[in-house]
Design a protein around this ligand. Structure first.
Ligand SMILES: [Zn+2]
Length: 296
């Protein structure tokens, strides 16, 4: 059993904390949780070649499933737009991992100048066909061609859990944002449900093994963004996705709906663990880097 491998020499890829705790194992892939910083990470990380091959089949190309995806994201898209516009009026927005372009299409309708980065040719082709006004890029971040201090908003929906080096990408998001610009991250928060359901949760495969290289906590996300030079950082639920398959939908309705309800009635103080989260932050308008702490 892979569970028996010696993890004493294993360290957290972000804080270097030692002896992480085993969370779960599926199809030979193992997830560990770092005790000091709470980050959950897959170990060993799949190779870039392996992931590149797997991602060829990641986005569905069937029109019905794409329409389902759009419907399942509608509430999240609308609430995300509202969160951004609380901070900044319409301007330039870059959606990193824009997929089929649904969020950008929505933002264009609200008066934003929209650009997207999408590494999937299928996603780009769909977005170009349906939303010809979108400006699409294919180079993943960091991309030296992107100007510094340029965008009013940068968004990543269900992207940070897939990145082999999320810190590097978040630094790049900060570089291209204008001072005071808004970063919005939408990310799954699966570990509490994985731990709660135990073996029952295996069928749900909430880490979408091995696609999710990391699973974050609000504490980890907020500390990381503060260290990188963001302020006014807050994490909310801001809408639920509605997966179309029965098990996934059940999980989203139970954990998602209840979580949103509890968050609302407690004025945002109580976030039920184990539903997707949205973190919004503003780029600190001072010079960067400002302290050695920022040098990860
Ligand atoms: Zn750590």
């Amino acid at each position: 059993m892979i569970n028996n491998i010696n993890n004493k020499s294993l360290s957290c890829p972000v804080c270097r904390g030692r002896s992480p705790k085993l969370v779960t194992e599926k199809n030979g892939w193992t997830y560990y949780r770092c005790r000091p910083c709470s980050l959950v990470f897959i170990h060993p990380q799949p190779s870039p070649e392996f992931l590149a091959a797997k991602y060829q089949e990641y986005l569905p190309d069937n029109e019905d499933r794409i329409r389902d995806w759009r419907l399942s994201m509608e509430e999240v898209i609308r609430k995300s737009a509202q969160l951004i516009e609380k901070e900044r009026g319409p301007g330039r927005i870059l959606d990193v991992g824009c997929g089929y372009g649904f969020f950008l299409d929505h933002m264009a309708g609200r008066g934003w100048q929209v650009e997207g980065v999408e590494i999937s040719p299928l996603g780009r082709a769909y977005a170009a066909r349906h939303f010809p006004a979108l400006k699409l890029r294919e180079t993943p971040l960091p991309d030296p061609d992107l100007p510094s201090n340029y965008y009013e908003a940068v968004t990543l929906f269900y992207v940070v859990e897939h990145l082999p080096d999320p810190i590097r990408v978040l630094k790049e998001a900060r570089r291209i944002l204008k001072p005071g610009g808004v970063l919005l991250l939408r990310w799954p928060h699966s570990t509490p449900i994985v731990r709660l359901l135990g073996p029952l949760g295996r069928g749900l495969d909430l880490y979408h093994t091995p696609y999710h290289l990391f699973d974050y906590s609000p504490r980890f996300m907020e500390k990381t963004l503060a260290d990188l030079g963001f302020e006014s950082i807050r994490t909310t639920i801001a809408g639920n996705t509605r997966p179309r398959d029965r098990l996934g939908r059940w999980s989203s309705m139970i954990f998602g709906g209840l979580g949103e309800f509890l968050s609302r009635v407690t004025g945002g103080r109580l976030l039920l663990p184990g539903v997707s989260k949205t973190t919004v932050a503003r780029k600190i308008p001072s010079a960067f880097p400002s302290s050695p702490k920022n040098q990860r």
